[in-house]
Design a protein around this ligand. Structure first.
Ligand code: 86X
Length: 481
C-alpha cells in the first residue's frame, strides 16, 4: 500500500495551478516521465483519449473526402529550407540526424517538425492537371520540436502526436472554404468529445503561421482566466506551391499554381481538456473520452460479500449491454473510501456504490464525479438511467464551460480597461487596428495578446481600443497559457 498512500491531490487548482496539474496527470495515470527531458510517456488512460479523438476526427474528414497517408519521419535539410519564410523562426527547434551507425550522412536529416516540405515535394509530382485537384491528404503522426522553453506534458513537449492535413485546390475560393470547414470540424470535435466550447476566428498577422496567408484558430478559455489555442487551420495561398512548383494546367490549358491549406490538431488538446474540467480532487473526464465511464464499488462484508458481488456483476453486464464502459472494483485490501478517492482522482464520470443495505432496498447509490451529487436509483432502472446520465454529464460539462466563456468576456474601450479585466481573470473583445506594432505595445503593457477575430462580426467603426488609429476588426484578447 505504501506507494499509494499519497493518492489524493495535495494542492488546490486555484492555489498552485502548475503543481496541481503535475499531480493530476501523474496520479490519474495519464503521464509517466521518460529519461528524455520534454518527452513524456502517454499511459493507457491518456492514449485512450487520443484514440477517441482520432476515431472521431478521422471519421469526420473521411466523410468529407480526405484520405490518409504516411510520409517519412526524416526530411533532407535542402528540402526543409526550400520555403524560407516558414523555417526562419523555427530553425532553432529542428532536431537533426547526422550519422547512421558509424558513418556521417552526406546530408543532415531533420526529424519532421511538420510535413509541409516533404509532402509538397511529392505534391509537385502528383499534380499535373486540374483533374488531379483537389488533392486532400492527412496524416496521423508524431512530430519533434526541440523546445527550449520549459516543457509541460501535453501542453508543450518536444515530441507530440497530431494529425496534419495538407490540401491543394484549383482556386482560392475552394481553398478558403475548406480552411473554414476544417475549423468547424475542430469546433465540433472540441464540443462533442472534450465538452469544450471554443472561440473561432482569424489570427492577427503577428500571430499567424509565417508560411500562411491567414491562420484560423479555435481558442478555449480556462477557469484560471487564461486563453489557450486548441487547433489551427491555415490558408497557405500560393506560398508553398510557388516554392515547390505545385502547378497544374487548367481547363483553358493555362499553367497555374495550386491554392493550399494545412490544418492540425494535436495531443495538446488533451491538456486543454484537463485544465478545463478537472478540480481539486483530480481529473474530471467527459464521459465520451473516459476509458471507464462507471465504476461499481461493492461494499464488502464477510456475510454478504457473495450476494453483493453477484449483484455488482449483474449490474455491470446490464451496463455493458447498453454500451457503458463499466468496471467493478472488488479489491479487498482497500477500503471503499480509499477506492472512491482513487476513482475520483482518475476522473471516472460515475461511481455506483452497492452495499448489503442497498441490495436489500434493490437500489444503488450513484455519485457524479463532476458535481459530487449522490442519488439512489433502483437496480432495475440502471441500464436505462446510467447511459442517459452519462450523456447529461457530457452536456453539463460543456454548459459549465460555455457559461464561463460567456461570463468572462468583457467589451472594452481602452487598454487600461483591458488590463483591469485581465487582472480580474476576464478576457476582452475590442475594436482593433490589427497592426503588429500595436499588438507589441499591448503585450508589453498588459501581458495579453490577441486570440482571434470572428469571421462574422459586427460592423467596425471608430478607433482602435489600444492605439487610437482607425479600427479594422473586432478581436478577442486575453492572457494566454
Ligand atoms: C507551423 C504549420 C501547420 C500542418 C500547422 O499548424 C498544422 C499542421 N502544419 C506548422 N510550424 C512550422 O512550420 C514549423 C517548421 C519548423 Cl522547421 C519547425 F522546426 C517548427 C515548426 N513549428 C510550427
Amino acid at each position: 500500500m505504501s506507494k499509494k498512500t499519497t493518492q489524493g491531490i495535495t494542492v488546490k487548482k486555484d492555489q498552485d495551478f502548475s503543481e496541481w496539474y503535475t499531480q493530476v496527470i501523474q496520479k490519474a495515470e495519464l503521464i509517466e516521465y521518460s529519461p528524455v527531458s520534454g518527452c513524456y510517456i502517454l499511459r493507457p488512460n491518456a492514449y485512450y483519449i487520443w484514440e477517441k479523438v482520432q476515431q472521431y476526427f478521422d471519421q469526420l474528414i473521411k466523410q468529407d473526402g480526405v484520405k490518409n497517408v504516411y510520409f517519412p519521419l526524416f526530411i533532407p535539410e535542402s528540402l526543409l529550407m526550400k520555403e524560407k519564410n516558414h523555417v526562419e523562426g523555427f530553425a532553432p527547434e529542428v532536431a537533426w540526424v547526422e550519422s547512421g551507425g558509424h558513418s556521417q550522412l552526406g546530408e543532415r536529416l531533420a526529424v519532421r517538425p511538420t510535413s509541409e516540405t516533404i509532402m509538397y515535394d511529392a505534391y509537385a509530382k502528383w499534380i499535373r492537371s486540374y483533374k488531379d485537384l483537389p488533392l486532400r491528404l492527412n496524416q496521423w503522426c508524431n512530430v519533434v520540436r526541440w523546445e527550449f522553453k520549459h516543457c509541460t506534458p501535453f501542453l508543450r513537449s518536444r515530441e507530440f502526436l497530431w494529425q496534419e492535413g495538407h490540401t491543394a485546390f484549383a482556386n482560392k475560393e475552394e481553398a478558403v472554404k475548406e480552411a473554414e470547414k476544417m475549423l468547424n470540424l475542430y469546433e465540433q470535435t472540441f464540443k462533442e468529445l472534450y465538452a469544450i466550447p471554443v472561440l473561432k476566428g482569424r489570427k492577427s498577422d503577428g500571430e499567424k503561421f509565417a508560411g500562411a496567408e491567414f491562420t484560423l484558430s479555435v481558442e478555449a478559455f480556462l477557469p484560471n482566466g487564461k486563453a489557450i489555442q486548441g487547433a489551427t487551420s491555415h490558408h497557405l495561398g500560393q506560398n508553398f506551391s510557388r516554392a515547390f512548383n505545385i502547378s497544374f494546367t487548367d481547363e483553358q490549358g493555362q499553367k497555374q499554381l495550386a491554392w493550399q491549406n494545412s490544418w492540425g490538431l494535436s495531443t495538446r488538446s488533451i491538456g486543454v481538456m484537463i485544465l478545463m474540467h478537472s478540480d481539486d480532487k483530480g481529473l474530471v473526464l467527459p464521459p465520451r473520452v473516459a476509458p471507464v465511464q462507471a465504476v461499481i464499488v461493492p461494499i464488502l462484508f464477510d456475510d454478504s460479500k457473495k450476494k453483493v458481488l453477484a449483484a455488482a456483476e449483474m449490474i455491470k453486464k446490464k451496463l455493458e449491454a447498453r454500451g457503458v464502459l463499466a468496471q467493478i472494483d472488488a479489491r479487498e485490501e482497500y477500503s471503499p473510501g480509499w477506492k472512491f478517492n482513487e476513482w475520483e482522482v482518475k476522473g471516472v464520470p460515475l461511481r455506483l456504490e452497492l452495499g448489503p443495505k442497498d441490495l436489500a432496498k434493490k437500489q444503488v447509490v450513484v455519485a457524479r464525479r463532476d458535481t459530487g451529487e449522490k442519488k439512489e436509483f433502483k437496480i432495475s432502472e440502471v441500464s436505462k438511467v446510467i447511459p442517459s446520465l452519462l450523456e447529461y454529464i457530457q452536456f453539463s460539462l460543456y454548459n459549465k464551460a460555455e457559461k464561463l466563456l460567456q461570463e468572462r468576456l468583457v467589451k472594452v474601450k481602452d487598454s487600461p480597461a483591458a488590463e483591469k479585466e485581465f487582472q480580474k481573470g476576464n478576457y476582452i473583445y475590442a475594436p482593433w487596428c490589427a497592426e503588429a506594432k500595436c499588438e507589441e505595445s499591448f503585450k508589453e503593457k498588459t501581458g495579453g495578446k490577441s486570440l482571434n477575430s470572428p469571421l462574422k462580426q459586427p460592423k467596425v467603426s471608430g478607433k482602435c481600443f489600444n492605439c487610437g488609429n482607425p479600427a479594422k476588426a473586432w478581436f478577442y484578447f486575453g492572457r494566454s497559457y
